[in-house]
Ligand binder design. Structure first.
Ligand SMILES: Nc1ncnc2c1ncn2[C@@H]1O[C@H](COP(=O)(O)OP(=O)(O)OP(=O)(O)O)[C@@H](O)[C@H]1O
Length: 316
């Protein structure tokens, strides 16, 4: 759907014909995009596709050469300051002021965003609790681990209660528990109506948090999908499947004796087969069970997002 540059359609982000060159390199080539409120949108694409450039433009940190962008209804060409007040931004690498304490650090940004003084310390405590850093109140930023600094970055991006939150590779540097917590946090912000836009290369993780995926390639949007509409079989309709069984030798024998299972490779405790359609996979599972192979696992080898992403990058 083409975006109308002259009409505020109530989207969190509207971009129309956005172009940005770095010398001869076209990082964005007439990109069109809309992002709704109340959802987590994943920005996915190969290295150099233009994701970071796009996020920098949306965050008002880089001016496009041409095109129109509206964030939270504000045209960035004329009302960038208002847009900044409505958007939260977490870059992939960000500096922290090591000599400040954790709460001074957040207070600095709260002041920059003109959070009322009387509300400041309450909000900082709430944010520190949200990102599980409350015990670091009063401690210097330099004692935080990398993952903790990343979480402080999330708190910083939320200090002015933005309606649009953009995060570039937020999960890098986070341990598994922190990733789950970040996922829950982003989901709950979306449930509160915030538009969350997140770029990452960790597709399995995006798959668990995103409502929508925007595929970016060569400076343009090449696909927009609801996560519910993606299947593990991807656009080709076929994928590889992982099979596990209580007795891997019995499984191997049953697979070897059955035509049409595709290429078989060994896995610890089982095998990977295919590519197969969902129907073929269901037939195989039924045949294994009928042949008394005690199957303990049977699942697509790659997630739906990964399958879609790989199909996109193969086409090029
Ligand atoms: N400051 C810059 N100077 C020159 N070229 C740049 C600059 N920033 C980006 N580019 C180029 O613009 C293109 C898009 O880069 P961008 O960083 O936006 O891609 P990306 O999708 O974020 O990639 P990655 O997944 O590797 O982070 C690339 O060809 C890159 O080399």
């Amino acid at each position: 759907m083409a975006v109308r540059p002259d009409v505020d359609s109530g989207h969190a982000v509207e971009a129309y014909g956005v172009t940005r060159y770095f010398g001869e390199v076209a990082a964005l080539r007439g990109l069109d995009l809309t992002i709704p409120y109340g959802q987590v949108t994943a920005l996915v694409g190969p290295n150099g596709a233009g994701k970071t450039t796009l996020l920098l433009v949306l965050a008002t940190l880089l001016a496009p050469d041409s095109g129109q962008v509206r964030v939270a209804g504000y045209d960035l060409a004329t009302h960038a300051d208002r847009a900044r007040g409505a958007l939260g931004w977490m870059p992939d690498t960000f500096g922290v002021y090591d000599q400040l304490t954790v709460d001074e650090y957040l207070a600095f940004f709260a002041d920059a965003y003109r959070v009322p003084r009387e509300e400041r310390s309450r909000r900082i405590r709430a944010l520190l609790s949200l990102v599980r850093l409350e015990e670091y109140l009063g401690r210097p930023v330099h004692v935080l681990s990398r993952g903790q600094k990343q979480r402080l970055g999330v708190a910083r991006a939320l200090v002015h209660r933005p309606r649009v939150l953009m995060l570039d590779e937020p999960a890098s540097g986070l341990d598994p528990r922190s990733r789950v917590e970040l996922r829950d946090l982003l989901r709950s912000l979306a449930a509160d109506g915030v538009a969350v836009l997140v770029s990452s290369h960790i597709l399995s993780e995006l798959e668990e948090i995103a409502d929508r995926v925007v595929l970016v390639d060569r400076g343009g949007v090449v696909g927009v999908h609801d996560m519910t509409e993606l299947t593990a079989a991807g656009p080709s309709g076929r994928t590889r499947w992982r099979v596990r069984a209580q007795d891997p030798a019995a499984l191997a024998a049953a697979l070897a004796g059955r035509p049409g299972v595709g290429e078989i490779s060994d896995l610890p405790g089982g095998a990977e087969v295919g590519p197969l359609t969902e129907d073929q996979a269901a037939d195989l599972l039924a045949a294994l069970v009928a042949g008394n192979v005690r199957v303990t696992g049977f699942a697509p080898a790659a997630g739906a997002l990964e399958a879609t992403y790989l199909a996109m990058t193969e086409d090029g």
